[in-house]
Design a protein around this ligand. Structure first.
Ligand code: ADP
Length: 248
């Protein structure tokens, strides 16, 4: 029984960068506990859509509505984050000179910062939330390592873990498996599937094999607009998708 509750309703988004229309009248609706992929060729406007949803980029028109009717368009980026929208950018941005544990502490307690974490270095026990997240991201054996010495994949997982500690309803991820080994990519697919049992996840992705394997819903963008949406099987039936994006 799929959950049909809409957690985010994005309507009529148009974004212009000094006259260049990067996104035109774009819609996207995100269901509760859904692993939703946003695909399309380079320049289609995918990252711009994530930027609009998280409050980083302001559209010239459109709405991003929460279930209670709150329009995120009028909010600043930090307010959008507080309202439950977690954004991860493409490159990992963990604190390399802090341990995995310290990175997680900072994520869980925004009043802590790099300096207080460095000052204390006391290695407190993990909170229950941290234990759960560490288990999920598979870094239990890395807690006391410097985040800077983790593999690329492990850094990405740590950053996803840091996002989870902010307890977002919606996670926005930009190409999380880019640069990962096949094994790391598979682990990430399992992780995102697990996360989507509790939260909604939007993933901008180029790796079509990854999308095919893990997508519950796919939205295809083309030249700033919505081309088609549905399950992977459904969108593959669209002739433009089949020819241009999937090389069929
Ligand atoms: P995608 O993520 O699908 O590759 P983007 O959202 O990054 O596409 O970009 C959509 C279009 O908008 C591209 O043509 C890109 O060059 C342009 N664009 C993105 N950000 C800016 C910006 N800050 N200023 C000007 N043009 C931009």
């Amino acid at each position: 029984h799929p959950n049909e509750k809409i957690v985010l309703a994005v309507h009529g988004i148009t974004v212009s960068f000094s006259g260049f229309v990067a996104v035109r009248n774009m819609n996207l609706s995100l269901k509760q506990r859904e692993l939703h992929f946003l695909i399309g060729p380079n320049g289609a406007g995918k990252t711009t859509m994530l930027d609009v949803i998280c409050g980083k980029t302001k559209p010239v028109s459109g709405q991003v509505l929460l279930p209670d009717g709150t329009d995120l368009i009028s909010k600043k980026e930090h307010q959008v984050a507080r309202l439950g929208i977690g954004r991860k950018f493409q490159a990992p941005s963990v604190f390399g000179g802090l341990t995995v544990h310290e990175n997680l502490e900072i994520a869980q307690n925004p009043n802590k910062n790099v300096f207080s974490a460095l000052r204390k270095r006391r290695g407190d026990g993990l909170t229950n939330e941290m234990k759960e997240v560490v288990e999920q991201i598979g870094l239990g054996h890395r807690l006391n390592l410097m985040a800077g010495s983790l593999s690329h994949g492990e850094k990405q997982w740590l950053e996803i873990g840091m996002l989870l500690l902010q307890n977002p309803e919606v996670l926005l991820l930009d190409e999380p498996v880019a640069g990962m080994t096949d094994e790391e990519t598979n682990k990430t697919g399992v992780l995102l599937t697990e996360i989507a049992k509790e939260r909604s996840v939007v993933v901008v992705e180029h790796d079509m094999e990854f999308v095919r394997q893990y997508a519950q819903k796919v939205t295809v963008m083309h030249e700033g607009t919505l081309l088609t949406e549905g399950t992977m099987q459904e969108v593959q039936r669209n002739p433009v998708v089949a020819e241009v994006y999937l090389g069929k």
